[in-house]
Design a protein around this ligand. Sequence first.
Ligand SMILES: *Cc1c(COP(=O)(O)O)cnc(C)c1O
Length: 500
Amino acid sequence: MKYISTRGYVGNHSSADAIKKGIAPDGGLFVPEKGVLISLEEIEALVNMSYTDRAHYLLKGYLDDYTDMELKECVEMAYSEAKFDDKAVAPVTYINGTMAVLELWHGPTCAFKDMALQLLPYLLVKAVKKTGESDEIVILVATSGDTGKAALEGFSEVDGTRIIVFFPNDGVSDVQKLQMLTQKGHNTSVVAVEGNFDDTQSGVKVIFSDKSLENRLSQKGYKFSSANSINWGRLAPQIVYYFSAYADMVKNNKLKIGEAINFVVPTGNFGNILAGYYAKMMGLPIKKLICASNDNNVLTEFIKTGTYNKNREFIKTVSPSMDILISSNLERLLFEITGHNSSKVSGWMSELNSRGVYTVDEETKSIVKDLMWAEFCSQEETLKTIECVYKEYNYMVDTHTAVAIDVYDKYVISTNDMTPTVIVSTASPFKFNGSVAKAILYPEEISGKNEFELLNILSEKSGWEIPEGLKDLDKKEIRHKLHCKKDEMQDFVEHILGLS
Ligand SMILES: *Cc1c(COP(=O)(O)O)cnc(C)c1O
């Protein structure tokens, strides 16, 4: 399979190349040149496979330059029982007998980023070897919370890699901060930056683009790479759980093979829902992909009107992992549905860059509307949903999942569509425990309590066990103590890598 750019560049890139490079040379995103098709018979064959075997089977088509053995090794290391606290890896739970919830948070960091970031390091290390590179890979990450920890867990102790994570010191939750500062692994470094997320992200971009640094690194045998969500190596693993959910529902007699389903996806950067689109194109009988947003509802507007407009106030919400105004992976969808029309896509992206807004043509708009349905959920509705779901079904959902459930209610009211539907659940309720506690406990039960005390209270109240990755976080050893000013980030990288 060859990988081409959404902006028109066509080289001769294998999947290993695309994964190693992350972004295409013309600034576009890598996409597979053609689709991989999976028949209903093949879907039926997935029913009795483990998650690992399903992943192996489905990824083969896209990662065809990896040998069967290599791919098998990668998925087995990524989705092992040591890493995921549920044998099913991504289990489907039925919270009222019918409402299916796909739980993507059984990995080490309790959020769905693990589904891809557990696998990416292994794919990347093999990609480096396959493309004849001998340098050690240095992963640089700027994080506003979830991605940093998931990347640290994924790369920790992976031979041939180093990972350096920068986070804004006052811009992450206490749980998120301690998750990172207590990270084990001889190849991991974590640095708190005195600045906000934008400062941190800009700092990393500057380091990435410094040619002289690149040369000095290369003399020491290092090469930078990135683990962010525009890398095809993060997208492909996410296709698997759409098929896996379908296979599980067939197995549980909730669906007949070939029957249509919907997925509701809490969306930020558009990576998760885009993987659902690829699953549909491969042959999974998906009727609608329902795109759920929070108050940062750029995508809701785009899907309804065809106009993408990021010129609006950025709202910090209780579902922070969806607080995004530029959903990067939408570019891939546009490229696919315009029949690989890179000049159209480049035009829209340059308008977005210069004016912050673009409008797609009528045909593209109607294809989007056919594929997707969109709505958003306010913060008040989010907390209300957590409360209702808990009261009615004795099931806790985090704030992001609550956004999806609320939007699904709106979908059913608006369309009367009773197609079986899966709610894609992206984080453990314990991960965003402050908001969950506020939604389901009385004010006197939570007043004056810190995030760690709240974990225990929620656990006692619900009878759910605190996940391993969050347990006793405040008692673990702090292993990373580096602090820097925003203009010192590069010095720290050089120091950590022994260049200065
Ligand atoms: C990253 C994230 C999302 C958004 O996913 P995208 O692929 O960026 O659309 C939703 N929920 C949680 C908990 C996340 O960490």
